[in-house]
Design a protein around this ligand. Structure first.
Ligand code: P6P
Length: 339
């Protein structure tokens, strides 16, 4: 062995999940097995993304998904991988994917008690540019007697049992939170093929002068949003302008905001009156992570994001997500306009 000091207190995701299960006496192990299937899907997607350029997986697959986005080859592979992993786990009754128009029911598992909503590769339009993309997921438990119809997923984010996202960079990161619990981040050690707990109990700074929004849409913004952003850019006497950071890949912008603090926003506007980001597999999962890390998440009507109920499985929403005090500023500006 070399001179490096080996840290023997390594918590792998597998160990973490097993220890979590022991905390719940009534646990059947179904959720743990579901998370192992998720883990397998993330490792597989990470493998393909790492090799994408080498084996020419970037570029369009010549088809388009439910919402008209051009499908990248990796989108298709990742979606197929995710569906196969959820199906074969035997613990998932149904799955909503950004890449699939309809809910996918796993009728071969009639007793499975979980439904999953996911975006297998969010931010994929950035793939060729080497920008970090990721998988965003939310997990719901089926009500007794439910059979996994799409109505079983048209629920508020407060009913999720867990959510999280991955970010496929040089090494893949997984941010995972279970309802009522801490936010933990794991880093994939490619050599061992294990996700290692590297950021236990993440807490977002209460405030930070960083804002993350696509200002190319400012022509379409409603007045409260315009005023809010202007106050950040042109603060009063003696104030210091905020820094602007915008990558255009939600997982990358969200992870930076979670780590450093600040605010990420994709407001509903005159061009996209319902907003661009989807509730089930972008807004709600991120809202649970940020709330449980001590932040806030609201929609463009300043409603708590986790209480918003989607009208259909690909429903969209505006979103303001980030440090508690930074989101509070948006709420306060909107209150001023509401008077
Ligand atoms: P815009 C990527 O397409 C995505 O869904 C999110 O990952 C990202 O935050 C947003 O859209 C970027 O949208 O309009 O700024 O390019």
């Amino acid at each position: 062995v070399g001179q490096e000091k080996i840290n023997l207190d390594i918590v792998t995701l597998t160990r973490f999940l097993t220890e979590e299960q022991t905390k719940h006496k009534e646990a059947t192990g179904d959720f743990t097995l579901l998370c192992h299937a998720l883990q397998f899907a993330f490792k597989s997607i990470a493998y393909y993304i790492r090799r994408a350029t080498l084996i020419n997986l970037t570029g369009l697959a010549g088809s388009s998904n439910t919402t008209g986005d051009d499908q990248k080859k990796l989108d298709v592979i990742s979606n197929d991988l995710f569906i196969a992993a959820m199906r074969s786990s035997g613990r998932v009754r149904a799955l909503v994917s950004e890449e699939e128009e309809n809910i996918i029911s796993f009728d071969e598992h009639p007793d499975a008690r979980y439904v999953v909503a996911c975006d297998p590769i969010d931010g994929s339009s950035n793939l060729d540019a080497g920008v970090s993309v990721g998988t965003i997921f939310g997990i719901y438990k089926l009500p007794e007697g439910a059979t996994g119809t799409k109505e079983d997923l048209l629920r508020a984010g407060t009913e999720m049992v867990a959510s999280g996202f991955t970010m496929y960079g040089a090494s893949a990161m997984l941010v995972l939170t279970m309802k009522g619990g801490p936010v933990n981040a794991f880093t994939l050690d490619n050599a061992l093929g294990e996700f290692i707990l590297t950021h236990p109990n993440m807490e977002i700074p209460k405030k930070r002068a960083i804002y993350s929004v696509n200002e190319g849409n400012s022509l379409y913004w409603e007045d409260p949003v315009k005023e809010y952003v202007n106050e950040l850019k042109y603060p009063g006497e003696g104030g210091k302008p905020y820094s602007a950071r915008y990558i255009g890949s939600m997982v990358a912008d969200a992870y930076r905001t979670l780590l450093y603090g600040g605010i990420f926003a994709y407001p509903a506007d005159k061009k996209s009156p319902k907003g661009k980001l989807r509730i089930l597999y972008e807004c709600a999962p991120m809202a649970l992570v940020f709330e449980q890390a001590g932040g806030q998440a609201v929609n463009s009507k300043m409603q708590r994001m986790l209480e918003v109920v989607p009208e259909h499985i690909h429903d969209r929403s505006g979103i303001f997500l980030g440090s508690y005090d930074e989101v509070q500023k948006v709420i306060d500006v909107h209150k001023k306009f509401a008077k």
